[in-house]
Ligand binder design. Structure first.
Ligand SMILES: *[C@@H]1O[C@H](CO)[C@@H](O)[C@H](O)[C@H]1NC(C)=O
Ligand SMILES: *[C@@H]1O[C@H](CO)[C@@H](O)[C@H](O)[C@H]1NC(C)=O
Ligand SMILES: *[C@@H]1O[C@H](CO)[C@@H](O)[C@H](O)[C@H]1NC(C)=O
Ligand SMILES: *[C@@H]1O[C@H](CO)[C@@H](O)[C@H](O)[C@H]1NC(C)=O
Ligand SMILES: *[C@@H]1O[C@H](CO)[C@@H](O)[C@H](O)[C@H]1NC(C)=O
Ligand SMILES: *[C@@H]1O[C@H](CO)[C@@H](O)[C@H](O)[C@H]1NC(C)=O
Ligand SMILES: *[C@@H]1O[C@H](CO)[C@@H](O)[C@H](O)[C@H]1NC(C)=O
Ligand SMILES: *[C@@H]1O[C@H](CO)[C@@H](O)[C@H](O)[C@H]1NC(C)=O
Ligand SMILES: *[C@@H]1O[C@H](CO)[C@@H](O)[C@H](O)[C@H]1NC(C)=O
Ligand SMILES: *[C@@H]1O[C@H](CO)[C@@H](O)[C@H](O)[C@H]1NC(C)=O
Ligand SMILES: *[C@@H]1O[C@H](CO)[C@@H](O)[C@H](O)[C@H]1NC(C)=O
Ligand SMILES: *[C@@H]1O[C@H](CO)[C@@H](O)[C@H](O)[C@H]1NC(C)=O
Length: 707
């Protein structure tokens, strides 16, 4: 009973503050706007509190005000209120078509937790109905990640820029700062002269049920969202860290030193993908409180944008220093790029552990020590809003790009999540001691499933028992309107984009695409194969990989791997990942290359692929560069890989077991051919002709196929 009365009294206090708040905001907007704002419906006449005479009530409510019961019916959950405070006609004036006349509207969206539980991450849904375009949400962001201004006519969900709690009154003794969020909204709507209202409002938190919203006056809508579970639980504020999350890419934002007006942040990017290599990484974000990067080590900013500092708040705030003309980046959306390798030991701009990798982050299968990239920056707060030294707001809206295409949204990053501070060696004094970050946020970025990239490489299959090569697929890497003329010829070829690719005579494999046609058609004519007209298109892949079964004995077998680069890109430290479920356990060695069965990586994302896969790399200083094509000749690397059958009993090499099921080049999946050349007889060469086969092997090694 006492608790109930306490809650009622507190609710009253809360609503008074709510009303005062709205009045204050209304007043401010009135000063800014030329036209006086439409004042919210005046609250119904104030009635003195009835019945309740707890002294504490007076403490909370020094002046008599309207009671909660008068404004809104009692709600023992989250009260959600939407009030339109201002509407004004804006350009263009469309007097003949008033139904599409744009209007500016201002509104306040309010959440007040009057329930039992704390909401870990509030999210407010607003279903609009007048073609609304949201222009400003006072620091809140759209849950779907779209940027303002945004078309929200189909409804939107607002949330904090980082997960933000909405605590309950019981555990905060009704601290309004903690149990309420007021979100000022500014936007444009169409056709409603006064008080455009949404169709509906709600909160989207699981296990809360919102009633159908009710109108109050002409400009206020409210609803009450009740929770199923009504037991009082105290959140443990000492341990409010979120658990670390897995992701394809994880970014740690470690505040390593913090002062009243600036802080140091170590940013570490980790590539957690088992086989994907990142080249030319770039990272950007949005500051939420006008911060600027004063200096940066281990990476560089794309542009300094000094004018933003000099002409703006940073310049006025730090007139006495530091010199904002020397800031590393003043942009609200800085773009960070890696430094070249030769800055690794440069104590002025490099010198950070894991820095300066020229934008390349390897997957763990290539080198577990090269899966991170890090930089350190000095960030100034503008203006330093708090005297609390540890007050740091992380930037939001992280965007990670990998150079292949920075604009296609291939990676989607989540919000910064406060996690347990990282323990790391002191960056300045790594010999002496370990230290712990002041605060650590984690951001995860995952590959966006919907974004498909055009493949860069394709595979062709051949075998000693087959007289031709099963080629790369027609258009395996797309059908460019204007194929690069250096290898495809000067004109756009007229070809059939849908016809299956024609079999390749061996000699055509290493010819530039522009030179292949003649050989293919001549071979087809000779072998009485149909020659379609127009001819099928080529694969248009920069990288062509050929897997050729060279030999098959009772004890073992071998295959030749050829990589051809028809693109104008040179690939340093290339690697290929080859999946062969049946054959991998028998892998012996690769001549002039390094073939290694994958150790079972201790990867949190555990990929089943790793069991039956091996990695092939070039040898340092010998063939670890796959060169770009030049003058109609491709970059080329080849090797023979040998397998034993002792560990793979029953393997049927010519029946398909000798062909890879997937090949990845530099971590990107290659397009496999349409079928495998199968030898129906499945006969294995008897060992008495071993010598002959060996001769063949060396013959193939020397490249009889013109490879
Ligand atoms: C809450 O509002 C959002 C935004 O309009 C809407 O998408 C969602 O369906 C609503 N949820 C419920 C339970 O009505
Ligand atoms: C709103 O919904 C309609 C109908 O589903 C759709 O055509 C339109 O593209 C949507 N608008 C936005 C901004 O999502
Ligand atoms: C509410 O709307 C009605 C009808 O449009 C109008 O008559 C009334 O004056 C409005 N009330 C206020 C307080 O604006
Ligand atoms: C809270 O309530 C739910 C169901 O109402 C119950 O299952 C649960 O045990 C309760 N928890 C506590 C801590 O009382
Ligand atoms: C990205 O992570 C998901 C699991 O979250 C995993 O299934 C997927 O294989 C990863 N992608 C790559 C390219 O490693
Ligand atoms: C940096 O210094 C380390 C240790 O002295 C050395 O091994 C490394 O080669 C140097 N790197 C560069 C790029 O100079
Ligand atoms: C670094 O990357 C650039 C392209 O961004 C490339 O031209 C250069 O060769 C790379 N340097 C090294 C040492 O790999
Ligand atoms: C990058 O992706 C965007 C969006 O998908 C696309 O328009 C653009 O052509 C791509 N650029 C390159 C170089 O692939
Ligand atoms: C990335 O994927 C992991 C699980 O694979 C998930 O826990 C995490 O929330 C995802 N992050 C984002 C930003 O989608
Ligand atoms: C390949 O084609 C080019 C351009 O059509 C031609 O100049 C060259 O002689 C051809 N090379 C061969 C080996 O056929
Ligand atoms: C490489 O080829 C692509 C088209 O495939 C072209 O856009 C690019 O400019 C070329 N780069 C160089 C350095 O020639
Ligand atoms: C071959 O690769 C493995 C794994 O990456 C590595 O441990 C080994 O040192 C490499 N061998 C040579 C000769 O490069």
């Amino acid at each position: 009973m006492a608790k109930k009365m306490f809650m009622q009294a507190m609710g009253r206090a809360v609503v008074i503050l709510w009303v005062l708040m709205i009045a204050a905001v209304g007043h401010v907007s009135g000063q800014i706007e030329a036209t006086p704002p439409a004042v919210p419906t005046p609250p119904t006449v104030l009635s003195p509190p009835t019945g309740v005479t707890l002294p504490s009530a007076d403490e909370f409510a020094p002046a008599p005000g309207p009671s909660l019961e008068d404004l809104f019916p009692p709600c023992q959950g989250v009260l959600v209120v939407y009030t339109t405070t201002f509407t004004k006609k804006i350009y263009p004036y469309l007097n003949d078509t008033p139904w599409i006349q744009p209007y500016r509207f201002q509104a306040l969206a309010t959440l007040l937790n009057q329930g039992y539980s704390t909401i870990a991450n509030w999210e407010m849904g607003i279903t609009y109905q007048h073609g609304e375009i949201l222009v400003n949400a006072g620091g809140a962001v759209l849950n779907d990640g779209s940027r303002l201004p945004a078309d929200v006519s189909n409804g939107t969900v607002l949330t904090g820029a980082q997960p933000q709690k909405l605590m309950n009154a019981i555990e905060t003794a009704g601290d309004l700062q903690l149990i309420q969020r007021i979100i000022p909204l500014v936007g444009t709507e169409f056709g409603i002269k006064r008080d455009p209202m949404p169709k509906s409002i709600n909160i989207t938190t699981k296990d809360y049920n919102c009633s159908v919203p009710t109108m109050k006056g002409n400009n206020t809508m409210y609803t009450c969202c009740l929770e199923k579970n009504r037991n009082i639980t105290l959140t443990d504020d000492g341990e409010t860290y979120l658990p670390e999350e897995a992701g394809n890419i994880t970014i740690l934002y470690d505040v390593t030193q913090s002062y009243e007006n600036n802080y140091m942040a170590m940013v570490t990017i980790s590539n957690n993908m088992p086989i994907t290599r990142i080249d030319h990484w770039n990272l950007s974000w949005t500051w939420t409180e006008n911060e600027f990067i004063n200096s940066i080590m281990g990476a560089q900013t794309f542009e300094a944008d000094i004018k933003t500092c000099v002409n703006g708040l940073p310049g006025r705030t730090y007139a006495a220093g530091p010199d904002v003309n020397k800031a590393a980046c003043c942009s609200m959306n800085p773009i960070i790029l890696d430094l070249p390798l030769d800055r690794t030991n440069d104590t002025n701009i490099g010198g950070i552990k894991n820095c300066c990798k020229n934008g390349t982050i390897y997957p763990a299968i290539i080198d577990p020590k090269k899966t991170k990239s890090a930089f350190l920056m000095n960030v100034y707060k503008v203006p330093p809003g708090s005297t609390d030294m540890t007050y740091v707001v992380p930037p939001v809206d992280f965007k990670f790009g990998d150079g292949a295409n920075t604009t296609d949204g291939y990676y989607t990053c989540g919000k910064p999540r406060l996690i347990k501070p990282t323990v790391y060696p002191d960056p300045w004094n790594s010999l002496i001691h370990q230290t712990s970050a002041v605060k650590t946020w984690q951001i995860t970025c995952n590959i966006t499933q919907e974004v498909k990239r055009i493949p860069k490489c394709c595979v062709s299959f051949s075998a000693y028992y087959n007289e031709s090569v099963v080629p790369c697929r027609n258009g395996a890497c797309g059908h460019p309107v204007l194929p690069p003329s250096d290898v495809y010829g000067d004109t756009s070829p007229t070809c059939d984009a849908n016809a299956p690719a024609m079999l390749l005579p061996y000699g055509a494999l290493t010819l530039a695409p522009v030179n292949r046609t003649k050989k293919i058609t001549a071979w087809a004519a000779l072998n009485h194969k149909a020659i379609p007209s127009p001819l099928p298109c080529t694969d248009y892949c920069g990288i062509n990989i050929n897997w050729h079964i060279v030999s098959d004995f009772t004890k073992g077998w071998s295959a030749r791997l050829t990589l051809l680069d028809w693109s104008n890109i040179t690939y340093p430290d290339w690697f290929a990942v080859i999946e062969m479920p049946k054959a991998t356990p028998g892998l012996q060695e690769a001549y002039t290359m390094n073939a290694t069965r994958l150790p079972l990586l201790n990867n949190s994302l555990g990929d089943p692929l790793l069991n039956n896969t091996f990695v092939v790399t070039g040898l340092e200083g010998y063939n670890n560069y796959l060169m770009a094509a030049q003058n109609l000749s491709s970059g080329k690397i080849q090797s023979v890989v040998s397998f034993t059958k002792e560990t793979t009993p029953g393997i049927l090499v010519p029946m398909g077991d000798g062909f890879p099921t997937r090949i990845f080049f530099n971590g990107e999946e290659c397009v496999m051919p349409e079928y495998q050349p199968i030898n129906g007889s499945g006969r294995v060469a008897p060992s008495l002709v071993f010598g002959f086969i060996l001769a063949c092997l060396s013959f193939f090694l020397l490249g009889p196929l013109g490879l």
